[in-house]
Write a protein that binds this ligand. Structure first.
Ligand code: CDP
Length: 237
């Protein structure tokens, strides 16, 4: 697999074409951003940690029957993925209240959400990823009702697999964001799954082990990501 021209550089990952027209190379950079890119910093080792973390999780999801774009690791900070047509809609599931839900509704952080909630956001940095719904997505052509229904069902399947996986490592999966695309007519999980795009708390102490450490300036960001990986049986060196 040969890496070719840069196709797109996001806030934390760069996407390259490859010698296979059906495959892309994702490069996980050390760059970390929050608050729609207003807070930015390069955190040493983050690209490597998130690349390996993402590969581990994507393989678990694939094994559970959830189609993902992940194909293989290419280097410490790169992996090969299927070239999909991305759907510009972010799917968020929450098991416990945190972040935007607490800010929006004024509920207490940490209360259990039963059943877990499902929200849609438009992937649009300029507009600050506004919350949307199925009707808006259909009307504006961001996703069809059939696609949205599959995305919702896959997002909850991911919850079943990962809630248990993290619980086995003594962690609570508080919430997470997923993105999907279309590959050969099928809805496939894209983007990444790492502590950058989910919230994970220690099950006993409720210590934050995810990007909230960066958002809230708590320090020990990458140390926490590595600790999460270690608890799942991963090694990073
Ligand atoms: O992160 P924030 O509080 O602004 O938003 P949220 O709606 O509470 O985020 C829910 C979950 O989705 C968290 O785990 C975020 O890290 C993740 N998320 C993300 O990865 N990318 C976004 N653009 C928005 C949310």
């Amino acid at each position: 697999m040969q890496k070719r021209d840069l196709l797109y550089a996001g806030k934390a990952k760069s996407v390259y074409l490859s010698d296979d027209p059906q495959r892309l190379v994702l490069h996980f950079r050390d760059d970390t951003s929050a608050f729609d890119g207003k807070k930015k910093e390069a955190l040493e080792r983050k690209g490597m940690v998130n690349n390996k973390f993402n590969a581990f999780i994507m393989e678990k999801l694939q094994a559970a029957g959830i189609p993902t774009h992940f194909e293989q690791l290419l280097s410490d900070t790169e992996c090969v993925v299927k070239k999909m047509e991305m759907i510009p809609v972010e799917c968020v599931v929450r098991n416990l209240a945190a972040g935007g839900l607490v800010r929006r509704l004024g509920v207490e952080e940490g209360i259990e959400l039963a059943p877990p909630t499902f929200e849609l956001f438009l992937k649009n940095d300029e507009k600050g990823d506004p919350m949307i719904n199925e009707s808006l997505a259909e009307t504006f052509g961001w996703a069809t009702p059939a696609q949205l229904s599959t995305m919702k069902s896959l997002t909850f399947q991911v919850n079943d697999v990962l809630k248990q996986l993290f619980l086995d490592g003594g962690m609570l999966l508080v919430d997470y964001k997923l993105e999907f695309g279309v590959f050969e007519g099928e809805i496939v999980l894209g983007d990444e799954f790492s502590p950058d795009g989910c919230r994970l708390w220690d099950a006993e102490t409720r210590e934050k082990l995810d990007k909230d450490r960066f958002r809230q300036g708590l320090g020990g960001v990458i140390e926490a990501y590595e600790e999460v990986g270690r608890r799942l049986g991963m090694t990073f060196d």
